[in-house]
Design a protein around this ligand. Structure first.
Ligand SMILES: [Zn+2]
Length: 619
């Protein structure tokens, strides 16, 4: 049994680990210039990437939430591993054999446990081996027939690791106990459970099994399909919640689909294990399924990071449903879950109410690809669904349908699409455009356009240098959107510190962003309309006419300098916060925390230097 890992081995693991590769397993990274990479932070919710990775220095850092560190720290945070587990995982990947320091028996200390996660993953790996071997036994004929009837040959079964849980109370339990797994480990892994007699029995019996893998390909659980009529359990049984299996995060097929999801910027969500297999085999390699739970916010989080789904880069998510009420409900719930996702969410409903697996059997691979190709925007689907509940032949029915449908159109994040949907809705209802437009506007005005401001920030006074530069940036966006728009939009609202400036920045975004504006009175009006309060509205009027602080015409360099000074202010504030945090860390008792914070600091200071250079350009 292992003890503490030798320090030199930990150092070697760090050295041999590609931090970009480790992080790419869960976060899609794109180039951020100067050899650095960036993506959507897995530790906080964000719309544009502030999660930075420096392969050269082997560190990562998020400018949004302040998390950061090395590859070990990333695994600890992202996968909830202990330090030892994270090092063991990286050593496995790098093909390194770790050496452990022998126990100091003189002190009477008990030996530290080998990482729990690693043990549970190892138990699952052994279980997969056991179950797949069972699939070719005589007792598994029904399981093989089940697969064959659904169009899956032996190669397909092997690719997905399909297995069979045999007859008997405890064949797997006995097998794993012989392989050295403890009673507690098998219970914790969810592979076995105590019977009333107190002895341990298998969780799955006489069922067809699909191993469920995490993003990195480790098996963390199983899905089990009932095969026999005298099995009085539910049709599908899944691994219960365990330290490594969290059903709200788990997506079946994600290990095989993740590269294609990132590459195509698209994911197809289906309902079952056989649907995932059918889609992949039919040439839709981006399919995944939830496991025994509805598609929820955590699943969206996992997918958004793979899709690099930002306001600039749009990922597409396609739900396939066999047209039943449950599927429709799930689609409509997506409306409530994450508004940012709505504009990019599509529904693919099979015409004959067949799921992808049935469709492939009945009509072939092409029909499955065609189902995905013929997707419909979620908004259209939802509107049709809402309207269908009313009798449009009566005036009351039309008015009620309009009142129910208007909030859906009002919720559209992409406001440019609203007029189009107002026209469409009016057409579908057989009404004039005007009343529909009024209903949508009324529904839209019920909500605020400004998100919560950051309460932990000290508020700079109006005439502070930071405030002045914020004003200047806002003036550029209002007066010179064609020149300043793209650079202005690229700097996040969180870099503004004065609340009323934050509100104006939000209104500019809500009005469609400065980059899309052509300027003039129309642009100023639309920003004023998007303001959440009178103070912001008044400031917009003021900033629209206040002269810029430059002699002559502003040029791109002036915009670049202004935006860099604005960001520099907020980065230096974060550096001050971090430095005071480092002073509070004890470098002896919390070596990792200390080095992680130090890595963050180096990264931040480099960023600040770059901004200062940019800010100095021409001044
Ligand atoms: Zn973050």
């Amino acid at each position: 049994m292992a003890g503490r890992i030798r320090d030199e081995d930990i150092a070697l693991v760090r050295e041999r680990t590609s931090i970009a590769e480790i992080i790419s397993d869960t976060v899609t990274l794109k180039s951020a210039g100067a050899g650095n990479l960036k993506g959507l932070c897995p530790f906080h919710d964000e719309k544009s990437p502030s999660f930075n990775v420096s392969p050269a220095r082997n560190v990562w850092y998020c400018f949004g939430c302040g998390a950061g560190g090395d590859a070990i720290k990333f695994l600890m945070d992202a996968e909830h591993l202990s330090f030892v587990e994270a090092v063991e995982r990286l050593a496995d990947r790098a093909g390194l054999q770790l050496r452990y320091v022998e126990d100091d028996r003189a002190t009477g200390r008990t030996r530290p446990q080998q990482g729990q996660r690693q043990r549970l993953v190892a138990a699952h790996a052994a279980a997969v081996e056991f179950y797949t071997a069972q699939l070719s036994t005589a007792g598994a004929r029904t399981a093989r027939e089940f697969l064959a009837e659904r169009g899956f040959d032996r190669a397909a079964a092997e690719r997905y690791g399909c297995g069979f849980a045999p007859e008997g109370w405890d064949p797997l339990t006995r097998h794993l106990r012989q392989r050295g797994f403890s009673h507690d480990e098998l219970v914790t892994a969810g592979l076995s459970r105590p019977a009333r007699s107190g002895s341990l029995i298998d969780r799955f019996r006489r069922r067809l099994l699909w191993p469920i893998r995490d993003l990195t390909g480790d098996v963390i659980g199983f899905g089990a399909r009932k095969l026999f009529d005298d099995d009085d359990g539910p049709k599908y049984l899944n691994t219960p919640e365990t330290p490594i299996y969290k059903k709200s995060h788990v997506l079946y097929g994600i290990d095989q689909a993740k590269r294609e999801i990132a590459k195509q910027g698209r994911v197809v969500v289906v309902e079952g294990y056989t649907d995932v297999m059918a889609c992949h085999l039919a040439g839709v390699p981006t399919a995944v399924a939830t496991c025994g739970t509805a598609f929820g916010a955590d699943h969206i989080g996992v997918l958004r990071r793979l899709l690099l789904d930002t306001d600039a880069v749009a990922g597409e998510i396609i739900f396939t449903f066999d047209g039943d009420a449950a599927g429709q409900k799930a689609a409509l719930r997506a409306f409530e879950d994450d508004q940012r996702f709505v504009g990019r969410t599509f529904i693919a409903v099979s015409p004959d109410s067949m799921d992808p697996c049935e469709l492939r059997l009945a009509k072939g691979d092409l029909a499955v690809r065609d189902l995905v190709a013929r997707r419909e925007p979620l908004v259209d689907f939802a509107l049709r669904h809402v309207i269908s509940r009313f009798d449009l032949d009566t005036v009351d029915g039309r008015v009620e349908a309009m009142r129910r449908a208007a909030p859906l159109v009002a919720k559209l994040k992409d406001q440019e699409k609203r007029p189009e949907y107002v026209r469409k809705l009016a057409g579908d209802l057989g009404m004039e455009i005007e009343p529909v437009q009024r209903a949508v506007l009324a529904a839209a005005s019920g909500r605020s356009v400004v998100g919560p401001t950051r309460p932990d920030r000290t508020e700079p006074t109006v005439d502070s240098p930071q405030s002045m530069v914020e004003r200047e940036a806002l003036k550029l966006a209002l007066q010179e959107p064609v020149l300043a728009g793209p650079m202005f939009d690229a700097v996040e609202a969180t870099d503004y510190r004065h609340p009323v400036h934050v509100a104006v920045r939000a209104a500019i975004a809500a009005a469609g962003g400065a980059a899309a504006a052509t300027g003039g009175a129309v642009w100023i009006e639309s920003v004023r309309d998007a303001c959440a309060d009178l103070a912001a509205q008044a400031l917009v009027g003021e900033l629209a006419v206040e002269p810029l602080r430059i002699d002559g015409e502003p040029d791109p360099r002036y915009v670049s300098v202004t935006m860099a000074r604005l960001q520099w202010g907020s980065v230096t504030a974060r550096i001050r916060e971090l430095k005071s945090r480092i002073q509070r860390i004890n470098p002896v008792s919390d070596k990792d925390g200390y080095f992680a914070a130090f890595g963050e600091l180096l990264s931040l200071e480099q960023h600040a230097r770059a901004l200062r250079e940019q800010a100095a350009g021409g001044l």
